[in-house]
Design a protein around this ligand. Structure first.
Ligand SMILES: [Zn+2]
Length: 236
């Protein structure tokens, strides 16, 4: 290739780069203008793009079911669902942080849920005071990320059962779970699940006296999911 042709090629490549850059700026600008992108989202994404891979931690949000809103289920002796969800999510968050994961515990109707971008969102609830035992996990009904959602769900199902020795309370997931309000509010790119970690009735001993075991189950489910999907997996 002679020098002139090389120079022309160089010139074309420069132009191409410039046009791509302008198109990118236009797309991002339009996104911000239409409200689909916020400045924080743009800077977060740019941060991720340029950060060294091992300095980027996975980010997980946990919802302490009912916190900041109501008590959830309440038993005759005054035991409230929210007491358990708060305790278990706080403990699970500590375990996840120890494993090198960035965690935030959110209220039931936390404003941070609006467009939330995370590597996973898990909402923790407890079933009613009836003398039954078992846990259950549900994914969003209309999933944009069916594969990730299914994996998060199966990780939670497997690991929670392993850690607690509890059984799945099968086929009693309600529309409250599938159509959970937070599923509609978070960003499409955030995989999510809701787990009912047992019954205030039949599982009370584990939930009240061994909340650390329940927390381990939730945390292990999240770590299982991140290990399967995250480029540099957190240590278990
Ligand atoms: Zn609940």
């Amino acid at each position: 290739m002679d020098f002139q042709r090389l120079e022309r090629l160089h010139w074309w490549l420069l132009r191409l780069l410039l046009v791509t850059l302008l198109a990118l700026i236009a797309v991002v600008g339009l996104g911000i203008y239409q409200g689909r992108l916020t400045r924080t989202m743009v800077s977060e994404r740019l941060g991720r793009l340029f950060a060294a891979p091992d300095t980027v931690k996975p980010y997980v949000a946990l919802i302490a079911g009912h916190r900041g809103f109501d008590t959830g289920a309440m038993c005759a002796d005054g035991l409230m669902e929210v007491m358990i969800t708060e305790d278990v999510t706080d403990r699970a968050a500590q375990l996840l942080e120890t494993a090198g994961i960035k965690v935030q515990v959110l209220d039931e109707y936390d404003s941070a849920l609006e467009g939330l971008q995370a590597d996973a969102l898990v909402s923790v609830h407890v079933d009613s005071c009836v003398p039954l035992s078992g846990y259950k996990v549900a994914s969003p009904e209309q999933s944009v990320l069916p594969e990730q959602d299914a994996r998060l769900r199966s990780c939670l199902e497997d690991r929670y059962g392993e850690e607690t020795g509890m059984r799945i309370h099968a086929n009693t997931e309600t529309s409250d779970m599938f159509g959970y309000h937070a599923f509609q509010r978070i960003a499409d790119s955030t995989p999510a699940a809701i787990i009912e970690i047992g019954f205030l009735g039949g599982d009370r001993e584990l939930l009240v006296d061994h909340a650390d075991v329940a927390a381990r189950g939730v945390a292990a489910g999240v770590v299982c999911y991140l290990n399967a999907t995250w480029a540099t997996p957190p240590s278990p």
